[in-house]
Design a protein around this ligand. Structure first.
Ligand SMILES: [Zn+2]
Length: 212
């Protein structure tokens, strides 16, 4: 599920939400290759926090922002390194706690699935991409290796988690690289594949159609 957005720092733009010029860059949203909105980073992050508050959905850039704010909060700071107040502290702590629980499930997935055969299959594959057959209910599993890194995406029609690890590493080091899901949905995606894998119901096949 690619995110239709890209950053830009062209000086003439203004944010379609706050109407201000931003020197921190913009998020551009395209639909069918047509630019439909230009949002400054600040308003984009606000929108992502609002979406999480309303729906529980955690998105990749929210994870990045939460990590930075939680780092400062956990050291007792009330302002960020640029002197701005750290806003939405309670939400930051709640999302950080969700991410810790998801990371525990990622480690379980790593032990059961990655070290339980997926790593071996990825290393033996003649193609960069592989796909699990059959799908686990509505959930599909793909892996992709590139330059020594391996990425594993688990997704259904509306939710997704992407994990990253080192292709040849034998010690646990898998982490979350991308997400578009609530905590419960992310845990369910990981569990669905873990259980199907443990039951021997997933076979990885080489797939040239898989890309990142
Ligand atoms: Zn703005």
């Amino acid at each position: 599920m690619p995110m239709p957005e890209a950053g830009s720092t062209e000086p003439t733009k203004v944010c379609s939400v706050c109407g201000k010029h931003s020197d921190e860059g913009y998020v551009e949203l395209y639909k069918d290759h047509v630019l439909v909105s230009v949002t400054c980073r600040g308003c984009d992050i606000t929108r992502r926090f609002d979406r999480h508050r309303d729906t529980g959905v955690i998105t990749t850039w929210l994870v990045t922002e939460v990590a930075a704010r939680n780092y400062d909060l956990s050291r007792g700071r009330t302002v960020d390194p640029r002197g701005r107040p750290i806003e939405r502290a309670d939400e930051v702590r709640a999302i950080a706690a969700s991410l810790e629980r998801i990371q525990i499930a990622v480690r379980e997935f790593e032990q059961a699935v990655w070290f339980g055969g997926l790593q071996k299959a990825a290393r033996a594959s003649r193609t960069k991409g592989m796909r699990g057959h059959p799908d686990v209910g509505p959930v599909s599993l793909i892996s992709y290796t590139m330059a020594g890194r391996a990425m594993v995406t688990i997704e259904d029609a509306t939710t997704q988690v992407t994990l990253i690890t080192i292709e040849d590493e034998e010690k646990p080091c898998m982490g979350l690289r991308g997400i578009e899901a609530t905590e419960a949905q992310a845990l369910a995606l990981l569990k669905a594949v873990r259980e199907a894998w443990a039951a021997g119901r997933v076979e990885m096949r080489e797939d040239r159609g898989v890309s990142v």
